[in-house]
Design a protein around this ligand. Structure first.
Ligand code: UGA
Length: 433
């Protein structure tokens, strides 16, 4: 099928390449010429395992191309809109500038019978407000949220846990849903649940899923706060409660908390939207989820200060990790960099290392020192802080090896990922979270 994908950021670029990889003829459209140039050469504009391969394959096969010209959307049967919805500068609400811009740009090129599939994460009610304008062209709007995780984006797009389509009522909606089923044919044929619903439910599925995940993380971090004062072990606690299938072990990793371009801004936008709807109290707990999460960053900084005897002034602190999570070069709302910047503000000489995110980090926080080589970064450090659990820090850094690089013997484990006993045995003061 001929598809267009408007917006070639994280979501759009992966979606375009993934749709080409399952046989569709895809044009990806973005206003950013640099991004389009890179994608057209088969270069992934960000670090995402597997993306490079499917981009190159699609371009070589001739069923994937990229352009800045919206007119090239004309002729596609389905138009996916996957532009960003960042947090507004002066409030918690989502900024819909890019969504509105994408629809304004796309509408003139729609033909009767086309499907516009919104993928961006939007405040509930957005699809209903956009639908009349799409209908005027004879096209149909569906809301088809995306659940991909960075680092697993290709896999999550090609083989998702579920597909959700918010459609208008009646025959128009049925037809639209059947077209989307065709688009996602390989997943549908495999038996992936395909949930057809109304716009509001589809929009809410997305934000409530992220809200639930964020709540799970803050729940275990709240338990970590209690565990800390009682001497309990939060990792064992998570293992034990996680055995209950109703609870589940995943997303019970206590530590420095969540960051990234999705969970933090999505729970804030959800709260803001609920307040607009007069139902602020229904999700008031999300404010606490956010607060617990941000408190973890304070705690990590405090542990470094305490570990270094009350002050980090002029101490060399090496921060292991810059990305908001491993397998990503994304530094949006990264807890790692937040901690690094705060330690720097307290007078520490902060060295940051990361296998993928240094370039992005340097652009935003030029005041920090960046060292690509892990061992070089550790050399002569007074304290190490593990903030992003890349394997090269979590599994592949023996404490004896770290000891050979530095006289410092303080390690703060922001992800509870290190072997505490081994680090202690090697003479380190180990602080977990
Ligand atoms: C998240 C959701 O997991 C995806 O389903 C969703 O599609 C995506 O947002 C989105 O809205 O686009 P992502 O932001 O890529 O995906 O990352 P996650 O894997 O969810 O991790 C989010 C943060 O939580 C990371 O900072 C991670 O380190 C942290 N985390 C995760 C914990 O602190 N503890 C855990 O147990 C798990």
């Amino acid at each position: 099928m001929k598809l267009s994908v408007i917006g070639c950021g994280y979501l759009g670029a992966v979606h375009a390449a993934a749709m080409a990889s399952i046989g569709h003829e895809v044009v990806g459209i973005d206003v950013d010429q640099r991004k389009i140039d890179a994608l057209s050469k088969g270069e992934a504009p960000f670090f995402e395992p597997g993306l490079q391969e499917i981009l190159t394959a699609g371009i070589a096969a001739g069923n994937l191309r990229f352009t800045t010209d919206m007119a090239e959307a004309a002729g596609a049967k389905v138009h996916f809109v996957g532009v960003g919805t960042p947090q507004q500068k002066d409030s918690d609400a989502a900024d819909l500038t890019y969504v509105n811009g994408a629809f304004d740009g796309l509408l003139p090129y729609l033909a009767p019978g086309d499907i516009v599939a919104g993928k961006s994460t939007v405040p509930v009610g957005t699809a209903a407000s956009l639908a009349p304008r799409v209908s005027e062209t004879g096209a149909t709007l569906v809301w088809n949220p995306e659940f991909l995780r960075e680092g697993y984006a290709v896999q999550d797009t090609v083989d998702p846990d579920r597909l959700v389509a918010g459609v208008p009522s009646g025959e128009e909606g049925e037809i639209a849903a059947s077209v989307l089923r065709e688009v996602y044919h390989p997943s549908v044929a495999k038996g992936t649940p395909f949930i057809v619903t109304d716009y509001a439910t589809a929009e809410l599925v997305k934000v409530s899923a992220n809200a639930f995940l964020a709540t799970k993380i803050s729940f275990i971090n709240a338990m970590a706060e209690i565990a800390e004062v009682t001497g309990a072990d939060v990792t064992q606690l998570a293992d034990a409660i996680g055995h209950d299938a109703r609870i589940g072990r995943r997303f019970l990793g206590a530590g420095i908390g969540f960051g990234g371009g999705c969970l933090p801004k999505d729970i804030r936008a959800f709260s803001a939207r609920a307040e607009e709807l007069g139902r602020g109290e229904s999700v008031a707990f999300l404010r606490q989820v956010d607060e617990i999460n941000l408190r973890r960053r304070d705690r990590a900084v405090q542990l470094v200060v305490d570990g270094l005897g009350g002050s980090v002034y002029e101490k060399k602190v090496t921060v292991l990790g810059a990305a908001f999570k491993p397998h990503s070069d994304d530094i949006r709302d990264s807890p790692a960099l937040d901690v690094a910047v705060r330690l720097h503000g307290l007078g520490a000489t902060v060295t940051v290392t990361d296998p993928a995110a240094i370039e992005n980090a340097r652009r935003i926080h030029p005041q920090l020192t960046y060292v690509e080589d892990r061992d070089e970064a550790i050399r002569d450090a007074d304290a190490l802080v593990l903030v992003t659990e890349w394997d090269e820090y979590r599994r592949q850094l023996p404490p004896e090896h770290a000891s050979s690089l530095t006289d410092g013997r303080v390690v703060v484990d922001g992800r509870n990922g290190l072997d505490a006993a081994a680090w202690r045995a090697a003479g380190w003061a180990y602080y977990g979270m």
